[in-house]
Design a protein around this ligand. Structure first.
Ligand code: ADP
Ligand code: MG
Ligand code: ZN
Length: 503
């Protein structure tokens, strides 16, 4: 029995006894006691919610080796951290210590991992909090939580016998937005407190606290945060390129049984634009599929499905009618034929299982990560986007609403062409280009591409329906199988159409 419980028990007994003797009026006393209890519970709950309530010595145990594809960010970070590892020499030379490191980049690229690895690398204790945890209705709570966090970091480092602590502030933009922008002052007070804490730190302090923060909106931050002596190191953590994705896939599959047919390089090539977190999800989904199928190893085909799933969402339960399915198949075959004609070997597979909002799709194997596009390449992409609805038109004599996204994409591409000086208008100044002129040029480009794409598709008009039936039946047709079909129907007229196309 704790002291608290003992006191409560005795109190109740005394009150009851006095009440029985009619020495005091029992009702108001009970009322007051109830009120007191309620207050107790509320305060207790708030305490439990505040970060101070759950303090544990986190040993992140993440090393830089477990972070893939961020070679330059890792190198920059390790360099910055060396000041913590060689503090004596830094102090001797009178170098100003780094107090804050800001990691910027899209979600899921490994910023949290980097902060944890930094703690391992420098043998520091690690505490983390997210910007949204500091946002409270009550003025002053955010600020006091910041103060608390720094106090706890020092206490924890002392308790663990460490020279330094790393505080990781995720989503710092929530509290670190420009001051004076918010309707109430709570945010400003929280930010001011953070700045005060950082300004108060110095090298002679023991243990030393390093603040690492993450955001994907560095442009939103209050400039005061980025001044020297605060977050004066910024490290960009970008989406991984192909090599990086391969590296991440290797890391994420290290402890998983893979079938001999698994080609991680192929998966890396197909996952352009994926973040580390998405790649982790792909590997995990693939493993789940193996489990569901009762297999003991993960096969390439499961990775393929997992990529689709992460990209497009879970297969939806709704089942379109047979006519709809066939139309979708025709549409997708249109995309696939033109893809293959313009970029032989580029079709990965055609699927008509509805996923997310799409009813079907053709996945292309991206050539390699690309950051620059030529005019030809942009035109090819427009052709591929338009081919779906044009195939429908050739087959049924009409179009459907299924091409809305395709059109959006095509007109975006056409707009890019105009802006980049790749249209008839030549070099243009985007700012002074009248909207009407831009629209007219975009429409011209699209009309021209429409004509060219229809010409590409026409020789296949009679054959599309047959393949569409197969796609409906099998739900998915592999790129290799599709190419076989395409090459199989190569009478003279087709061959000539293909050679002109690939020129
Ligand atoms: P961020 O903080 O940038 O949003 P996280 O570090 O929280 O991203 O990443 C979430 C998860 O995604 C990690 O736990 C890890 O499994 C995976 N991941 C993300 N980036 C990488 C990477 N570069 N290398 C290996 N795994 C990664
Ligand atoms: Mg994170
Ligand atoms: Zn389409």
């Amino acid at each position: 029995m704790t002291m608290r419980e003992w006191l409560i028990g005795t109190g109740i007994a005394v009150v009851a006894f006095l009440g029985m003797l009619h020495v005091i009026q029992i009702i108001p006393v009970l009322f007051l006691a109830g009120l007191g209890a309620m207050l107790w519970v509320v305060l207790d709950r708030r305490n439990a919610q505040s970060p101070a309530g759950r303090d544990v010595a986190v040993r992140p145990n993440v090393s830089f080796d477990e972070i893939g594809g961020q070679e330059s960010a890792k190198r920059e970070l390790m360099e910055a951290l060396d000041f913590l590892r060689y503090r004596d020499r830094i102090a001797q030379l009178g170098i100003r210590p780094i107090k804050g490191i800001l990691l910027t980049g899209p979600p899921g690229t490994g910023k949290t991992l980097m902060a944890k690895a930094a703690a391992t690398y420098t043998d520091s204790v690690f505490l983390s909090a997210s910007g949204s945890e500091f946002v409270e209705m009550y003025v002053g709570v955010g600020a006091s939580r910041v103060r608390d966090l720094f106090r706890r970091a020092r206490a924890l480092a002392k308790r663990e016998n460490k020279d330094s602590a790393i505080i990781f502030l995720d989503e710092i933009d929530v509290v670190g937005g420009r001051r004076g922008q918010h309707s109430h002052q709570e945010y400003d007070q929280t930010l001011n407190q953070l700045l005060t804490e950082m300004d108060g730190m110095n090298t002679s302090q023991h243990p030393f606290v390093l603040v690492m923060a993450a955001t994907n909106r560095p442009d939103m931050l209050d400039p005061a945060l980025l001044r020297p002596g605060r977050f004066d190191r910024q490290i960009r953590v970008d989406l991984p390129d192909k090599e990086g994705r391969l590296h991440i896939l290797r890391i994420q599959t290290k402890n998983k049984p893979l079938a001999p047919d698994v080609d991680l390089e192929h998966i890396a090539r197909e996952t352009f634009g994926f973040s580390g977190a998405q790649l982790e999800a792909v590997v995990n989904e693939a493993a789940i599929m193996a489990l569901r199928k009762g297999e003991s190893v993960i096969r390439q085909e499961m990775f393929r499905d997992a990529v689709d799933k992460v990209l497009m969402g879970e297969k939806t339960g709704r089942r379109p009618t047979d006519e709809e399915l066939e139309r979708v198949a025709v549409h997708e075959i249109g995309h696939a034929i033109v893809t293959e004609l313009l970029r032989p070997g580029a079709v990965s597979h055609i699927t008509i299982a509805p996923r997310g909002r799409a009813l079907g799709f053709v996945r292309q194997i991206p050539e390699d990560d690309q950051y620059l596009y030529t005019k030809d390449q942009l035109e090819q992409q427009i052709d591929i986007a338009l081919a779906g609805c044009l195939a429908e038109e050739l087959q049924y004599g009409n179009r459907s609403t299924g091409a809305q996204n395709d059109f959006q994409q095509a007109s975006q591409l056409a707009r890019t062409m105009v802006r980049c000086g790749l249209s008839r208008l030549g070099i243009v100044d985007e700012e002074h280009l009248p909207e009407r002129l831009l629209e007219r040029e975009v429409r011209f480009i699209l009309a021209e591409r429409e004509r060219a794409t229809r010409d590409l598709l026409r020789p296949y008009q009679g054959e599309i329906a047959r393949l569409a039936k197969q796609v409906v039946r099998e739900e998915s047709v592999d790129g290799a199988e599709f190419r076989q079909w395409l090459n199989g129907l190569a009478p003279a007229e087709l061959t000539s159409a293909m050679t002109t196309a690939s020129e």
